[in-house]
Design a protein around this ligand. Structure first.
Ligand code: DNO
Length: 400
């Protein structure tokens, strides 16, 4: 397992590479966030970023993300230029030695939360939370999507109505801001009118159509990935279900099986995100890890605690509902299998995904979910599990 750390680059991230070095991570997960979706990532800019990362003593292990233009997700118009640009960015990255590319296929929004600073049970730290009634309030009352009422339980809708009626404008603004915060870096943020417009562009585009568009994307780019020796890995939907009426097609084991089968190639792989998948009670995350281990090119390790009404919050990495040790054991077994069969990619990069804002994180203003100390806590805990399991694999659990 290669310990990596998501870093937003010199202009956007308040956390310095020197601080990252102190966490013990050796790989950097990075993207050129300043480049608009759909444009080519120039070779020079990639080379400059690579030098910066390597001069600080790291490897640029993974690109997260090389984003997919909304028009590709909708199959809107002539896409040949967009596909050509995407392939050119892939070639430019490969030329600079980056081999793993993470992306997602979530329409319009990326990860979605309603609270960016929900209190932790102990101490004054905070975590990210998805509150079902707040999402319902946003959809039904702020966006005016009446049909969203079908997606929520009656008492959740009732709570949504009372929250909305009692809410101040600044509380509503904060909710919109939280929901928009999943788009990191310098990406588009929408106001209510902008979001309505984006959603309208998906009118009439159902699940089968999104799947067909996804397959088209894979058919266009996986052969190039194979030629370039790149491993593409799709990130699951977060939360793993339709949102704002938009179909999401990377939410469970069946979806993943469909994607990996749509183009049978090792270059067509998965980012195992235990936090995203873990937010749906139907997902057996260790089971998904074992089933698709062969095609996991990158892992995001994080935990969630779920409520019965569809709400969830981000738990500490070893707490929450997902058996993290079982996931790690499955990844370690896969690494052993890969090493035995001589695969060059036998070490799987992972990162502590999200972290609580704790201690000196509080008030620092780092990206939501991406503080220094909270993620360092996560990384250190995961590192402990990894070393413990490795030791047990090699020496057995019991010593005489
Ligand atoms: C959240 C992240 C996602 C991820 C993208 C990948 O913190 O894991 O935003 O980067 O979905 O394209």
């Amino acid at each position: 397992m290669i310990e990596t750390w998501r870093w937003y680059g010199p202009d956007l991230d308040q956390i310095t590479l020197d601080e990252v070095a102190q966490t013990g991570a050796t790989g950097i997960v990075n993207a050129l966030h300043e480049i608009p979706y759909g444009e080519i990532w120039p070779k020079d800019a990639i080379a400059a970023r690579r030098r910066l990362i390597e001069q600080a003593g790291f490897t640029w292990s993974v690109v997260e993300s090389l984003p997919i233009h909304e028009r590709i997700k909708r199959s809107d118009g002539d896409l040949s230029q967009l596909f050509a640009n995407y392939r050119q960015s892939m070639a430019n990255l490969a030329a600079e030695g980056v081999q793993v590319i993470c992306y997602n296929f979530m329409p319009v929004l990326d990860w979605t939360r309603t609270d960016l600073a929900a209190p932790l049970a102990r101490g004054s730290g905070t975590c990210l939370r998805f509150e079902a009634f707040k999402m319902a309030a946003f959809e039904v009352h702020m966006l005016g999507r009446e049909e969203a009422a079908d997606d929520y339980l009656p008492d959740v809708l009732e709570q949504a109505r009372s929250w909305f009626e009692a809410s101040s404008q600044s509380a509503r603004d904060a909710l919109l801001h939280a929901i928009m915060s999943g788009l990191p870096g310098a990406f588009d943020r929408y106001d209510i009118a902008g979001l309505r417009h984006q959603l309208a562009l998906y009118d009439g585009i159902g699940r089968d159509q999104i799947r067909a568009n996804f397959k088209r994307f894979l058919t266009e780019i996986i052969p190039t990935a194979e030629e370039l020796g790149l491993r593409m890995c799709v990130h699951p939907d977060d939360p793993p279900r339709d949102i704002l009426g938009l179909p999401r097609v990377v939410s469970d084991a069946e979806d993943i099986a469909w994607i990996l089968g749509a183009v049978e190639s090792r270059a067509n792989g998965l980012t195992l995100c235990t936090g995203s998948l873990g937010a749906n009670p139907a997902n057996d995350v260790p089971g998904i890890t074992r089933r698709f281990a062969d095609r996991i090119h990158f892992a995001h390790l994080r935990n969630v605690r779920k409520d019965r009404d569809g709400s969830f919050e981000e738990a500490a990495h070893l707490e929450g509902d997902t058996d993290m040790a079982a996931v790690i054991a499955a990844l370690l077994e896969q690494e052993t299998r890969r090493a035995a069969s001589g695969r060059r990619d036998h070490q799987i990069p992972f990162r502590p995904d999200h972290g609580h804002e704790i201690a000196s994180d509080i008030g620092r203003g780092t990206f939501p979910g991406y503080p220094l100390v909270g993620r360092l806590r996560g990384l250190a805990e995961l590192r402990g599990v990894i070393e413990g399991l490795r030791h047990a694999q090699t020496h057995g659990l019991h010593h005489g």
